[in-house]
Design a protein. Structure first.
Lengths: 183, 166
């Protein structure tokens, strides 16, 4: 079998195979790129509220649970403690609440996972264990093969030698420019 | 080609099931081996004897790194007693949902000796302006204050989460 024909078959089939992974890494890559602009994994809702707690109020778990229930019945209390600054910090499922006993002001930070994107980000960051680390390495090698093999598929006027190499050089110059300038 | 792809998929699933089973078995073995569970306060009280050793500590998760969950901080009796746990490859990552949960974690108890070992939020999360996150800033302030009060700073390289109490 000629090499070019084999390359075309492998490029085609492995290309189909790697589409899913490429979409995962591309989409999550965009979110992770903007991790300093917004939280890529969670949507954070911040709710300010007022309580009747004051500095001399004796605070206990049942009182705090009642306050949280009045705020939203779905909030699940985990535990609470008094911080070094004297604030009441309450851990809830998917978030936390801080109440200033001097003023009674409270703030709740409630986290919601970004569906699908959260999972994609975990895969991208390879933070789910050793097996995925090696699996994703293998997928990366396949993607590398698909990319490089694509250079040699076409012959003639639009082949790599007469046409493609311009585009390839341009594609390398863009990241090289930023690397030289900023790294 | 289809047969190869199908075979690869079946192999990956079988390997994954086997790996999960062995991870659970390892977790069970670790929980039997590390019979002594220290609180964060006890860990610090015995720090000089435990440095470099595999220990099991139980504490309340007071902060999880928002940039990927690569580390968390377990709190003891109060905020001043907290220990950084690096998730590493074995644990993978901590999740924000674990905030406020009591985690029992086995890991290697270490002393911060180099800049690389130290917790540096600016280095890890980027020094550029980012989303204003009061909770993270407050947590980092508490952690830095606690570190400044001690002569020696310790952390743990997490190996396995033995138990999680929500």
């Amino acid at each position: 079998m000629k090499i070019r024909r084999l390359l075309r078959i492998l490029h085609r089939d492995l290309g189909y195979f790697i589409v899913g992974m490429t979409i995962v890494y591309s989409l999550s890559g965009i979110f992770l790129n903007h991790r300093h602009d917004f939280n890529p994994d969670y949507k954070i809702d911040i709710v300010d509220f007022q309580t009747e707690i004051r500095s001399d109020t004796e605070v206990d778990e049942s009182m705090l649970k009642r306050i949280l229930e009045e705020l939203d019945k779905s909030i699940v209390f985990k535990k609470h403690y008094i911080t070094n600054q004297g604030n009441i910090k309450i851990f809830i499922e998917n978030g936390e609440v801080v109440i200033n006993p001097a003023t009674g002001n409270g703030t709740m930070n409630y986290l919601q996972r970004r569906p699908v994107i959260f999972e994609m980000n975990k895969l991208h960051k390879a933070s789910i264990g050793t097996l995925w680390k090696w699996t994703s390495d293998g997928m990366a090698v396949i993607l590398l093969f698909v990319a490089v093999s694509g250079l040699f598929l076409l012959k003639g006027k639009r082949g790599f030698g007469r046409w493609g190499w311009w585009w390839t050089i341009a594609g390398i110059i863009v990241p090289l420019f930023f690397a030289i300038l900023y790294i | 080609m289809k047969r190869i792809a199908l075979f690869a998929l079946i192999a990956a699933i079988s390997f994954s099931c086997g790996s999960q089973k062995s991870q659970k078995e390892n977790s069970g073995e670790n929980s039997e081996k590390a019979a002594v569970v220290y609180s964060v306060d006890e860990l610090y009280a015995n720090a000089s004897d435990l440095v470099g050793k595999e220990v099991t500590v139980k504490g309340t998760v007071m902060h999880v790194c928002k940039q990927g969950g690569g580390r968390c901080f377990l709190m003891g009796s109060n905020e001043d007693f907290n220990i950084r746990i690096e998730a590493g490859e074995k644990i993978g990552a901590f999740s924000q949902e674990q905030m406020g949960s009591d985690l029992t974690i086995t890991g290697i108890f270490k002393e911060v000796k180099t800049e690389a070992d130290a917790h540096n939020p600016a280095r890890e999360h980027g020094g550029e302006a980012h989303v204003h996150d009061e909770e993270a800033e407050e947590a980092h302030r508490i952690i830095i204050q606690a570190e400044e009060k001690t002569e020696t700073v310790y952390f743990m390289e997490g190996l396995t989460i033995v138990k999680e109490d929500i």
